[in-house]
Design a binder for this molecule. Sequence first.
Ligand SMILES: *[C@@H]1O[C@H](CO)[C@@H](O)[C@H](O)[C@H]1NC(C)=O
Ligand SMILES: *[C@@H]1O[C@H](CO)[C@@H](O)[C@H](O)[C@H]1NC(C)=O
Ligand SMILES: *[C@@H]1O[C@H](CO)[C@@H](O)[C@H](O)[C@H]1NC(C)=O
Length: 462
Amino acid sequence: MANIIAVQLLSFLTTLSVFFPSTTTTTTIAKPDGLTVKLTHRDSPDSPFYQPNLTTSQRTQKLILQSKARALHRQQHFNSNAVRPKVDYQGHSVYMAQVSIGTFTSRPNSSISYFLSMDSGSDLMWTQCDTCRSPGHHCFPQRQPLFPSLRSSSYRKLVCNRHPLCYPRSCIGDFCSYSKRYADESTSVGFLASETFTFDSDSARKEVVPNIVFGCGFDQTLRGDYGQEGNFAGILGLGWGPHFLVKQLGSRAGGRFSYCLQTTTNPDGQNTLRFGSDIPYRPGLKSTDLQQYSGVLALGDGYYVSLLDISIAGSRLRIPPEYFAKRPPRGGTLIDSGCAFSAIVTPAYEILERELVNYFSRLGGFSRIRPQKFFDLYYKRSRRQGYSNLPNLTFHLGGADLVVQPQGAFYMIEGKDYFCLAMIPFDGATLIGSYQQTNQRFIYDLNAKKLFFGQEDCSRNA
Ligand SMILES: *[C@@H]1O[C@H](CO)[C@@H](O)[C@H](O)[C@H]1NC(C)=O
Ligand SMILES: *[C@@H]1O[C@H](CO)[C@@H](O)[C@H](O)[C@H]1NC(C)=O
Ligand SMILES: *[C@@H]1O[C@H](CO)[C@@H](O)[C@H](O)[C@H]1NC(C)=O
């Protein structure tokens, strides 16, 4: 752990002076199959986005804004009638993946470590290459070193039309290029290249995977709230297109990836993204079908499920099915690990809120207070009471129920004497966010097009 932080610091400091890559000192042995990638929460002290001076309230407010922005970006795009190039889902996730890229001969087998935003709405992984400094090109401000592709001995540009991951009719000169435009108008243009990636699986283990195709961006624009602070270095796409790591890893991933998130408001917790045989075996998981709309719409490659109804403490709300029945682009339900708090399509949210009010008044002893600046539904509560006697909520998905324990349904802000329903109403799609996904094992099986899940204490084996 300490080593990894030191390496990060080193790479920040060295951007100022002459290029000098950080080194990985551990001997690197690639396992024959499986892969584990460390995830860092935006608000973790390890994260480049960490703002030590923010209070918990301020952090929460930022996460709510993030959830709204995420839902909204999707919607703005949907509502536009203009013909546009393929637009991927807005990228600024609450989770970042730690990856090291390249091979630099200045030190044996050294690479540069990056935090890439994990995006379940697009499939390509990219970072800014230092060629964005050339005249006529653009880089957005970045504190981590721009990737010096030409100095890496393992960097190979893909030759036009020869590689299966080359986009059709997208070449610059003899080499395959890409052009990504995100829903918030951020863009990245560059070359597709293959590189050696080193993943910090945990503090002791590093795994080296050669020949991963990624985007080496030479022309970028970045919009959005925190992009301008220099903390953003690119995207690790988690959506199910051909460039997604799961596809590229082939039999090593077996078409599967998994995570088990610790609570979003405990950003110190370790989280990991696991592939193939690194996914722990869990008997008795439930499953629902994953739906893919990326072929139909220009909205990226998110993971859609069918949401049929919601329950409070096991009683169904009987939400009219038409509230959830709209398909993308006007609706649909996404499992979105990159979104902090769930956004629920407004008429369904209104029923949920009204029925919770009824539930608490039947139970007695709850006093509702006026909404504070974050969510809509608030009740008084002393810290001592914690989450006791709060109900669980169930998302009834096609074929399986996703039960959210009170700790994932409601939110208590440190130092305040209330709790609130940790979801926001939204006119459009429903996003099941990471707060509602905590302490639940999720396994995405892209071959079977199924999402498996079941409750788990994620602090034990994330
Ligand atoms: C954060 O707080 C410390 C100590 O109070 C102060 O020195 C520093 O300038 C603050 N940083 C920001 C970004 O406000
Ligand atoms: C560098 O990588 C090569 C190939 O993976 C390996 O054989 C060699 O032992 C590594 N050297 C060091 C110093 O880690
Ligand atoms: C959800 O709450 C209901 C009512 O309290 C309870 O019967 C049920 O066992 C709970 N489900 C889970 C999975 O905790």
